[in-house]
Ligand binder design. Structure first.
Ligand code: CUA
Length: 327
């Protein structure tokens, strides 16, 4: 980054740039600011100039113009149109890159709750209002809310995402600079909204790996998922054989599911979540919509583990008779 750009960032009071996208966002923002400034400056200068030149009593030529006005009009319209459409494409490109996570991204789950950020690392380690991430690696956050709308906001990454209850959204970034950065909730979410702040800790991959492994009691996710599967009585209907006519969940994740309306849906994380919270929304062909909704019954953290557990179910990991006997 050239020195002039650094001083401009400081002059504008912008926060540190800590992600690959941050300098691109700033480049667009600063260019827009400069171009808009020039435009305003030009119009203002011309205004003042004509005000002065054609003031009352001034000896100037006031006959009608004899130049073709349409040429001036056309030039002005085309020039401004091209400039601002260019900004649109620039911004759209940035937006698409910001939305589309690379396939190799590293997944971390974040749940917003009045009033904290509840983070679950891939090995099950939990942290609150702090998010540790490795640098130089695309990280994808899977965001949900347990109660109201929150907004996950990291100024140093130039990134903000609404977190809506009943919905899972993703957000990705590639942190480029190690350090500690502010995390805010940017949506008014209740009396302690202003206290819903935290930190993003960007570490070198080796420091991060060390930090991740230092948790002495990582939850054995699968076992816990199985416990929850029994606790919320999922096993009563979905374990095979079962007295109740419910679809088996073995191998369901990633498969194509036939619905009773003749359509097909891919069983991804969103589908599994919807099936638990709004079972009547997409009913599998050949089954009755008898499953009750678990909206408000299963806390978000349990839901994440339950979904993670269902994702691991395949022929080789299917619960055995022994599991069923001692859940
Ligand atoms: Cu959460 Cu404001």
């Amino acid at each position: 980054m050239p020195a002039s750009a650094v001083s401009l960032v400081a002059f504008l009071g912008l926060p540190a740039r800590a992600s690959a996208l941050a300098s691109r966002v700033d480049a667009l923002f600063i260019t827009q600011l400069v171009v808009s400034g020039l435009m305003v400056g030009l119009l203002l200068a011309l205004n003042l100039y004509f005000l002065y030149r054609y003031r009352r009593g001034a000896k100037v030529d006031r006959r009608p113009l004899e130049i073709s006005e349409w040429k001036i009009e056309t030039a002005w319209i085309v020039a401004t149109l091209v400039t601002f459409i260019a900004f649109f494409f620039w911004g759209a490109r940035l937006y698409v890159d910001e939305e589309k996570a690379p396939a190799v991204a590293y997944d971390i789950a974040v749940t917003g709750r009045q009033w904290m950020w509840d983070v679950r690392q891939p090995n099950g380690r939990r942290e609150f209002n702090t998010l540790h991430v490795p640098s130089g690696r695309p990280v994808r956050l899977s965001l949900t809310s347990e109660d109201v709308i929150h907004s996950f906001y990291v100024p140093a990454f130039r990134m903000k995402q609404d977190v809506v209850p009943g919905k899972r959204v993703t957000l990705w970034f590639n942190a480029t600079r190690e350090g500690t950065y502010s995390l805010f909730c940017a949506e008014f979410c209740g009396t302690k909204h202003s206290a819903m702040i935290g930190e993003i800790v960007v570490q070198s991959p080796s420091d991060y790996a060390q930090w991740l492994a230092s948790d002495a009691t990582p939850q054995p996710d699968r076992l816990r998922g199985r416990e929850l599967f029994a606790k919320y009585s999922c096993s009563g209907c979905h374990d095979q054989p079962s007295a109740i006519h419910a679809p088996s969940l073995v191998g369901v994740f990633g498969s194509s599911i036939p619905l009773d309306n003749g359509e097909f849906v891919r069983a991804d994380e969103t589908y599994l979540r919807d099936s638990i919270l709004q079972p009547a929304k997409q009913v599998i062909a050949g089954y009755q919509p008898i499953m009750p909704s678990f909206q408000g019954v299963i806390p978000e953290s349990d839901l994440l583990e339950l979904i993670a557990y269902i994702e691991t179910l395949n022929e080789s990991t299917a619960p055995t008779a022994a599991d069923a006997a001692h859940p």
